[in-house]
Write a protein that binds this ligand. Structure first.
Ligand code: ATP
Ligand code: MG
Length: 367
């Protein structure tokens, strides 16, 4: 059987059919020869072998001759039937497997540059049609993921290009100046530092998105304290917009990699401040049951249109690119937050009404 697996399917089907056919033919021929011999056998008393020597020279009785002829003819027909049957099964197997051969040929023409192609024309309601449908489904997912990767690489390159271009331009301007003053050196250095810091943050963010969570350093920590730290870190931003951040959490513990979760919640509160209106507030609340902790961050800001709610988690996605660029940021905040929450087996949900509010709900398992 293992040896059979090495042959093409068409040959395997033919060999198996031939084995079955041969067995049936041999059994059928044997049984009919046996039955014929029994039916036409000469009774023992009519044919005495031990009589005289002269009997030996005599021809065997007619019934024996008929029996022998019948046996030879049966065996000959059996072989002819086996050969014809084998040829027919080879032909039929080829016909049956033709759609599979067509499918294989068509699949072979699809490479990474033709992921948009689909297998069409397999409309029968059989296994081959189902295989073609599954293949189309798989290729659609591959195409999406491939485009996603391409888009991600293009966006990452674009984000990295801007600070690099800034650094290069500053240095070139300084080189053109024959006698730069100390002040000019200082300005270029300051600018270069800002750009280098932006590059460093971007690289750090990109790496963080791919890091696996380290179970060894997971711990329980107080949610209220963590949000106090976040509010302190964002005090400059909130002061500029006169946004008040209310930390209404008490007695709730979170479990996980603290640095990562703090980073995720920081991004969410940062957005709540950044996309809020002037003189408004951000309210942070939390609740828990036996298994989960639910944290809510609500702002009264510009809101998110419903059709954008799915896309905002994509890396580098910003709703209104020019507006978001004015506010700074690279569009990685939410995708990092989502990645971190999901790595902790949690969930992140958005509810929003344009110009009214945005409420983020984070659900985390207790351990
Ligand atoms: P970064 O976080 O990298 O500094 P960003 O804030 O533009 O940049 P994300 O945090 O990923 O990127 O958010 C993606 C987009 O979702 C934002 O550009 C913004 O348009 C929208 N968004 C996110 N949070 C809010 C919110 N609370 N209110 C309104 N819009 C939001
Ligand atoms: Mg953000």
């Amino acid at each position: 059987m293992i040896l059979l697996n090495k042959f093409p399917l068409r040959l395997r089907l033919t060999i198996l059919t031939t084995v079955v056919l041969t067995t049936i033919c041999v059994l059928l021929t044997t049984s009919s020869v046996f039955t014929a011999q029994k039916m036409y056998a000469v009774p023992a008393e009519d044919y005495n072998f031990n009589t005289t020597l002269s009997n030996l020279s005599k021809e065997p009785p007619a019934t024996d001759r008929i029996n022998n002829n019948f046996t030879y003819a049966s065996v000959a027909y059996m072989f002819i039937m086996i050969v014809l049957g084998t040829a027919a099964s080879y032909f039929v197997a080829g016909k049956t497997l033709k759609p599979v051969a067509d499918l294989t040929k068509r699949i072979e023409t699809i490479d990474e540059n033709k992921l948009f192609q689909r297998l069409e024309g397999f409309d029968t309601n059989d296994e081959v049609a189902r295989l073609a449908a599954s293949f189309n489904h798989m290729i659609l997912k591959l195409e999406k993921s491939f485009n996603h990767q391409k888009q991600f690489a293009a966006n990452a390159a674009h984000e990295l290009k801007t600070p690099l271009a800034g650094i290069i331009a500053n240095i070139e301007v300084l080189q053109l100046d024959k006698n730069p003053s100390v002040q000019e050196y200082k300005e270029v250095l300051d600018d270069t530092l800002t750009n280098a810091q932006r590059l460093s943050t971007l690289v750090y963010d990109l790496l963080k998105m791919n890091n696996a969570i380290n179970a060894d350093i997971c711990e329980s920590f107080d949610a209220k304290d963590m949000f106090e730290d976040i509010i302190l870190a964002l005090s400059e931003n909130s002061k500029v917009k006169n946004v008040l951040i209310k930390n209404n959490i008490s007695d709730i513990m979170l479990f996980g990699e603290k640095v990562l979760l703090q980073r995720a919640f920081f991004n969410l509160v940062q957005n709540a401040v950044k996309y809020n209106k002037l003189n408004e507030e951000v309210v942070v609340t939390a609740a828990q049951n036996d298994d989960f902790v639910t944290v809510n961050i609500k702002d009264n800001g510009i809101g998110i249109p419903e059709e954008e709610l799915e896309s905002i988690f994509e890396p580098f996605y910003r709703i209104d690119t020019s507006r978001s660029r004015e506010l700074g940021g690279s569009g990685l905040g939410l995708s990092i937050a989502k990645t971190i929450i999901e790595k902790h087996n949690g969930e992140i949900l958005f509810e929003s009404e344009v110009d009214v509010f945005t409420k983020v709900t984070v659900i985390l398992p207790k351990n």
